[in-house]
Design a protein around this ligand. Structure first.
Ligand SMILES: NC(=O)c1ccc[n+]([C@@H]2O[C@H](COP(=O)([O-])OP(=O)(O)OC[C@H]3O[C@@H](n4cnc5c(N)ncnc54)[C@H](O)[C@@H]3O)[C@@H](O)[C@H]2O)c1
Ligand SMILES: O=C(O)C(=O)C[C@]1(C(=O)O)C=C[C@@H](O)C=C1
Length: 294
């Protein structure tokens, strides 16, 4: 359809392909797709995730919006490759889990931040990656955070917000630094703990034998330790300050618990556990309300 925006998604993994598929299946955009690994974009077309394959980033079609869906430390190479096309698009956005370093990367690559650049981050995902994990419902009733900069034009923010809203996301705006602090606490630290615990247990147990005896508790705590190592390597190295701050607070609290267990201080344990339970119950209410949204 002629009035559909044209969108190019670079990086057809879990997030890029889910976004492409959500736009295409809802008829909200004509979607082009590029992936560095050969054959992936052609497969995405076959699966109905995109309308058209882009083979080469040096020959881009005219599009309204470019969406970068690659790991954070791969964004520099993408920006470098699409430099000549950047003046022609109304909006360019990314889906990286860290925002401060993505803004630094754009500034370093271009020497400025274009008015068309709208940093973005869908707060939805999975421990699975790649094209075959694409899910066009992934963003339904989840937040999409934009962190527009002083340089960002209102027109670019509106276009990016419109595309994400069309995929069922609730778009919210916040400053870059606040984004990185909040996500360090609610996403990055839990992933670090899951990776670390599963690694510790696997090295302590011959042939990972103890996992045979694990059930729901371990399953729920450890699911995210199956997430993509490259993606998380990039996140931990690019959100260092915010992550280290919350990790140190957590280590101090964990030491307090260790002390309470050593001295048999059940009252201290109860206070902590009751406070944590109340907060987790509150989070369950948030999840329930989200589920009940139409
Ligand atoms: N997985 C999640 O839960 C989640 C959630 C929100 C945001 N994110 C962010 O989304 C981005 C992508 O994550 P994902 O889970 O979709 O990863 P993924 O591994 O599923 O997909 C990444 C895709 O990018 C491609 N790619 C890598 N380097 C490239 C390059 N230089 N040029 C072109 N393509 C390249 C890969 O081949 C792959 O298809 C990351 O920045 C991540 O931080 C992930
Ligand atoms: O549900 C999951 O598996 C996720 O890891 C999704 C999740 C998270 O909630 O921490 C992971 C990274 C993101 O950048 C956003 C969302």
């Amino acid at each position: 359809m002629n009035d559909q925006p044209k969108v190019l998604v670079i990086g057809l993994g879990l997030i890029g392909a889910s976004f492409a598929k959500a736009l295409k299946t809802r008829g909200e955009a004509y979607v082009y797709g590029y992936n560095r690994r050969e054959g992936v974009a052609a497969q995405a077309k076959e699966l109905g995730v995109i309308d058209e394959v882009v083979d080469n980033l040096s020959e881009l079609p005219d599009v309204d919006c470019i969406v970068i869906g690659v790991p954070v430390l791969a964004i520099a190479a993408v920006i470098e490759a699409i430099k000549p096309a950047l003046d022609k698009v109304k909006a360019i956005t990314d889906v990286g889990s860290v925002k401060g370093e993505v803004v630094n990367i754009v500034r370093q690559q271009l020497g400025y931040v274009p008015a068309s650049f709208v940093p973005g981050h869908p707060i939805a995902g999975a421990e699975k990656s790649g094209l075959m994990a694409a899910n066009d419902q992934l963003f339904e009733n989840h937040m999409l955070i934009v962190t527009p900069l002083e340089e960002t034009s209102a027109e670019a923010t509106t276009l990016v917000s419109r595309l994400w809203s069309a995929c069922g996301a609730e778009v919210v705006s916040m400053p870059v630094a606040r984004h990185d602090e909040v996500l360090a606490a609610t996403s990055h630290l839990p992933h670090l703990l899951a990776f670390s615990l599963v690694d510790t247990l696997s090295r302590e147990s011959e042939n990972r034998e103890i996992f045979k005896y694990a059930a729901g508790g371990f399953r729920d705590f450890s699911r995210i330790a199956a997430s993509d190592p490259t993606m998380w390597h990039d996140i931990f190295l690019t959100n260092q300050d915010a992550l280290l701050a919350v990790l140190r607070r957590f280590q101090a609290d964990l030491s307090q618990l260790e002390g309470a267990i050593e001295r048999g201080d059940g009252d201290y344990l109860k206070v902590v556990f009751e406070r944590a339970k109340a907060s987790r119950d509150h989070f369950s209410d948030i999840l329930e309300a989200r589920k009940n949204k139409k």
